[in-house]
Ligand binder design. Structure first.
Ligand code: SF4
Length: 416
């Protein structure tokens, strides 16, 4: 059975000092043995990820973190990894014990507030010690929701109570996610998807962004016709119904633009993901940094998954080649993948991100925010390719993102 991709799951991070029972709480919520539970302090080293179906919430990813009160060199590494979890957490569960509110809890609460992440305090082990008046007053002053429990003696009632509190914290983005394409089409519309089948295409299947787009089109009760770039023109001419929009792989923009009449909207899978996972307007602005590049400048290529690059890989070969050709010199490219997004980004003139289909929106927005704070331009693959092909106006037209004013482009509020 195919699992829900990580990028579509609600990310719930569990924080707590060592041995307050984080793993037991995770087991109590899910009613499964899903994490290491040990009497030895610090058994959970790296954040442990557990994808689950949590009814009635749906697909979630629990991230069971190491204690931030860890010591020693290994401890510091754990702390760094644990801190990175804030970047992708949609919800934080802070597990503590009765009458213990230390700098650690303060720090987690402060960081969650700073990043506007909903947080629930879970006072565990109340079979050993009940929260006193001072402790309760402290939590009231903090205005933070809290729940008392004993995960080791967990019954159904406790599980339901924990889940109900968790449901109250569900963020807007999770309840009403930004669509890929659903708001651009109507029931009964026809959408053409252009998918090149080349050496880089995985054998026997479509990739996640293509699958997700098809699913949304079907959910909207619209139809889609999937073609490759070579028979696009024939496909359009054979249709009785004009397609509402053509969505293409960015790598074949040139072939697609010459085949699609001007009165049919065109965009790319990457542009759809730039909006759904991040901030399309920011990523479009970021591409303008291409105009100021000089040979030997540094560009970071950031990919959200660790796929094995083959042939003319888009991030490692094609985009670097097109940029070098444009500036007439050699840019110094670095590639980072997975959750490895470097701290020191000020040395880059531009960051070019993949479509981020494997990240949740939270993590992509955290990366964009970090770039904004450091004054580093960020864009994504599809946006860069459109820019390099002088096609930006056309591919963002479906989103009402730009309006023409003389020869310059003026940004307006996105329709979504
Ligand atoms: S490189 Fe990025 S867009 Fe491509 S599959 Fe991986 S996460 Fe998705």
């Amino acid at each position: 059975m195919q699992k829900t991709p990580k990028g579509l799951r609600l990310h719930i991070a569990i924080f707590g000092r060592r041995n307050v029972g984080k793993s037991s709480i995770l087991n109590a919520i899910t009613r499964q043995e899903v994490a290491i539970v040990s009497e030895i302090a610090g058994t959970t080293t790296d954040p442990v990820e557990k994808p689950m179906e949590l009814l009635p919430v749906g697909p979630v990813l629990f991230i069971d973190t190491a204690g931030l009160d860890d010591v020693g060199a290994l401890g510091r590494l754990r702390i760094t990894k644990t801190y990175k979890v804030f970047e992708r957490a949609d919800i934080i569960l802070l597990v503590t014990e009765a009458n213990k509110w230390t700098e650690y809890e303060e720090e987690i609460l402060e960081e969650a507030r700073r990043r506007k992440i909903p947080i629930l305090v879970i006072i565990n082990k109340i079979d050993l010690s009940k929260p006193g008046k001072d402790f309760k007053e402290r939590l009231n002053r903090e205005k933070v929701p809290a729940i008392e429990t004993s995960a080791l003696n967990c019954d159904w009632e406790t599980t339901v109570k924990l889940k109900n509190e968790l449901i109250k914290l569900l963020p807007k983005d999770f309840l009403n996610p930004i669509p890929l394409v659903a708001d651009l089409i109507n029931e009964g519309d026809l959408v053409i998807l252009v998918i090149p089948i080349d050496k880089e295409a995985p054998r026997g299947r479509l990739i996640l962004p293509q699958q997700q787009t098809i699913r949304e089109i079907l959910d909207k009760k619209a139809s889609c016709l999937v073609v490759n770039e070579r028979n696009l023109s024939d496909a359009i001419h054979n249709l009785k119904q004009k397609p509402r929009i053509v969505i293409t792989d960015s790598q074949v923009f040139e072939e697609v633009f010459v085949q699609v009449p001007d009165d049919i909207l065109v965009t790319s899978f990457s542009i759809l993901f730039a909006r759904a996972k991040g901030d399309l307007e920011e990523l479009v602005k970021g591409a303008q940094a291409l105009d100021n590049l000089k040979p030997a400048d540094k560009i970071l290529i950031a990919e959200a998954c660790t796929h094995h690059p083959i042939g003319e890989d888009i991030g490692r070969i094609k985009i670097p080649r097109w940029i070098n050709q444009r500036i007439g010199g050699e840019i110094d490219f670095d590639v980072f993948s997975g959750h490895n997004f470097p701290e020191d980004i000020k040395r880059y003139k531009l960051i070019i991100h993949c479509g981020a289909c494997m990240l949740n929106r939270k993590e992509m927005l955290a990366r964009i925010l970090r770039c904004r704070e450091k004054g580093v331009a960020i864009t994504n693959y599809g946006v860069v390719i459109a820019y390099l092909h002088n096609a930006m106006d056309r591919v963002v037209q479906p989103f009402n993102l730009f309006q023409r004013s003389g020869s310059s482009i003026v940004t307006t509020t996105p329709r979504c």
